[in-house]
Design a protein around this ligand. Structure first.
Ligand code: PMT
Length: 234
């Protein structure tokens, strides 16, 4: 129906920031609060979808009426995502996934001692989950609609749109929602953790980028509407 355009669809959404443990009490993390991902889950649920929310570290309450899978690390998020997408119609990767993790996790708390050298953290690359699920879908001829997110700033080499188009090509997803992160030392704080957002929705079919701004719920509604229209046009 018009009111519940996703009523026969399963939508998987990742949200929040992954935590990469150093020892039993410390981790490397990022500024994602999960607000944008949770707003997407609310919007997809209200559009009638069966929603699976894969939630990394969040600073806000979990939504009602959706299935929740808690994860901590990028590797856990990868396993949960690869499993959930098998039976899904749509995947939205709103999570901020750590690109790197410590090469090992100490089994006991790293001690501060005056007689030893200061510890050095060695990082190893995490898998690119989004690129991986796109490649797998293409290899097996799957029909899932896959939506990526990106936080970009412009610089002297190009503007936000240039970088976003290059990322859309690289990742191969169907839609890329680009947060226009403010520049300067506090730039990320204008997007991460905030209640409002300003995005461009880029489509791999080359159609004109769509602008959406306002509350993260308003941005989520615009993204879900775009997904509904894309599914309808198939
Ligand atoms: O949670 P909030 O405080 O509300 O903030 C929302 C947000 C800014 C975190 C969110 O809207 C957002 O933009 N998330 C993605 C930010 C990001 O980390 O972008 P990226 O350029 O690192 O990654 C691009 C895409 O690849 C994303 O869909 C990401 O989920 C995915 N990715 C990234 C790294 C990786 N190893 N695997 C991935 O799948």
């Amino acid at each position: 129906s018009a009111a519940k355009p996703l009523s026969t669809k399963k939508v998987v959404i990742t949200a929040g920031g992954t935590l990469e443990p150093l020892d039993p009490v410390r981790y490397l993390g990022n500024r994602s609060s999960g607000k944008q991902g949770i707003a997407l889950a609310n919007s997809a649920r209200d559009a009638g979808a069966e929603v699976v929310l894969i939630a990394a570290h969040l600073e806000v309450q979990l939504p009602e009426g959706v299935e929740i899978i808690r994860v901590e690390t990028a590797l856990e998020l990868q396993a949960a995502t690869e499993h959930a997408i098998e039976s899904a119609d749509v995947l939205i990767m709103a999570a901020a996934v750590a690109d790197f993790r410590p090469d090992h996790t100490e089994q006991s708390k790293i001690k501060k001692r005056d007689d030893t050298a200061d510890p050095v953290i060695t990082l190893v690359r995490n898998p690119d989950i989004l690129a991986g699920v796109v490649n797998h879908r293409n290899a097996v001829g799957g029909s899932q609609l896959i939506v990526g997110f990106a936080a970009e700033t412009g610089d002297e080499h190009g503007d936000v749109l240039d970088y976003a188009k290059a990322k859309l090509e690289r990742k191969g997803c169907d839609l890329l929602v680009v947060n226009q992160v403010g520049q300067g030392p506090q730039g990320g704080e204008r997007t991460f953790g905030q209640d409002s957002n300003q995005v461009l929705i880029l489509d791999r079919d080359g159609s004109e980028p769509l602008k959406a701004e306002g509350s993260k719920q308003a941005v989520a509604d615009a993204v879900i509407e775009r997904i509904v229209n894309k599914i309808a046009a198939r």
